[in-house]
Design a protein around this ligand. Structure first.
Ligand SMILES: Nc1ncnc2c1ncn2[C@@H]1O[C@H](COP(=O)(O)OP(=O)(O)OP(=O)(O)O)[C@@H](O)[C@H]1O
Length: 334
């Protein structure tokens, strides 16, 4: 459904996303985790098409390539105190999405009722509390009954317990009907039960990617184990190598990207062709100590060349981009 390929985002001097690559099968539900400022909201905005990557690309497939072929509901992190009523606002939002007035009113009544917001339907929102605004924010994103994708940035923010539970149930219903979910949520495990995959970001990089399997237990669905760990392992290692700069062909770059224990930090394409008649890339990677021998062998056997390497502790891993720590390099050139 959706492929994110080596996406970078820079704002002036700040490098916010440092080479995000992932594939999202149609209808998957993903929970993004990570510390403040790790790049979660930036990534979500990019997936919605609100931000353009500085480099790399976000591609839709499976018949959803064109913008007017897909429907995306988006719950932004902050919702403004508008000088209009929920009714006026939601009617306008529904019409923008080419819904009929009848459909908008039916869905609006259903959702405002669910969140106990009917008494406030015609009041101006500039006097609303944070939680009330958040409920209107959620309703606007879910006006369309079955969006292809629902993107929720901190959807629980300000909600009371009753509304949190109802939201969780609503999301699970939407997901079971085929809507993909992408959620950022800090404070609660409530949304975990709606997620099939948990992705952890750290300083603009994916450092954890787990598929969550669920099994039916006597008392309902229960999370039992997570599978597919990759970069997360890096956190547990006391040291890992950073290959600061390495020159590789396209095939080798792909092999390294998919290699267990390797995190791609940067990748720059070069115009000229290498011996194997494919594009040449300059890449920067971090490699788990236990995987480093195998990775080096792969690079050399694949006609790549390593131009510099440094040893780093896991704590300082993933903190900087290509060539920023040149003075710390331990060895250079093969
Ligand atoms: N428009 C912008 N201009 C400059 N810097 C920005 C802009 N938007 C985001 N940033 C910076 O990008 C970094 C990542 O921000 P982002 O909001 O994506 O993080 P986040 O993981 O969602 O954080 P939080 O959990 O606090 O919401 C931050 O350092 C932020 O200051």
């Amino acid at each position: 459904m959706l492929t994110i390929e080596r996406v970078h985002k820079r704002y002036d001097v700040s490098h916010v996303l440092k080479g995000i690559s992932m594939e999202v099968p149609r209808g998957q539900s993903i929970l993004f985790r990570g510390e403040n400022g790790s790049g979660k909201s930036t990534l979500l905005r990019m997936i919605c098409g609100l931000l353009r990557p500085t480099s790399g690309r976000v591609r839709w497939m499976d018949g959803l390539e064109k913008e007017d072929q897909r429907t995306i509901g988006y719950v932004p992190e902050r919702f403004p105190q508008l000088n209009m009523s929920p009714y006026e606002y939601l009617m306008a939002m529904g019409r923008i999405q080419r819904m009929s007035d009848r459909d908008i009113q039916g869905r609006m009544d259903e959702l405002l009722g669910l969140f106990r917001m009917e008494p406030y339907r015609d009041q101006r929102m500039n006097g609303f509390s944070k939680g009330m605004l958040q409920k209107v924010n959620l309703v606007q994103a879910m006006l369309l009954r079955k969006p292809d994708l629902l993107v929720l940035d901190e959807p629980l923010s300000g909600l009371d317990m009753d509304a949190q539970r109802k939201l969780q149930q609503l999301l699970m219903e939407l997901h079971s009907e085929g809507t993909a979910l992408m959620m950022v949520c800090h404070e609660s495990d409530l949304l975990d039960s709606a997620a099939e995959r948990i992705i952890t970001l750290e300083r603009g990089l994916i450092v954890g990617d787990e598929l969550v399997t669920v099994s039916e237990s006597v008392c309902g669905t229960e999370r039992i184990e997570s599978v597919e760990r990759k970069e997360k392992l890096l956190r547990m290692e006391s040291a890992c190598a950073r290959i600061v700069c390495c020159r590789v062909g396209e095939e080798l770059r792909r092999l390294l990207d998919a290699h267990e224990g390797v995190v791609m930090l940067e990748s720059y394409e070069e115009g000229e062709e290498c011996e194997t008649h494919c594009k040449t890339h300059y890449i920067s990677i971090e490699v788990l100590t236990s995987a480093s021998d195998g990775v080096l062998r792969l690079i050399l056997e694949g006609a790549g060349s390593v131009m510099s390497v440094q040893q780093i502790s896991a704590d300082s891993a993933r903190s900087t981009g290509i060539m920023e720590n040149e003075e710390d390099e331990l060895c250079a050139s093969h």
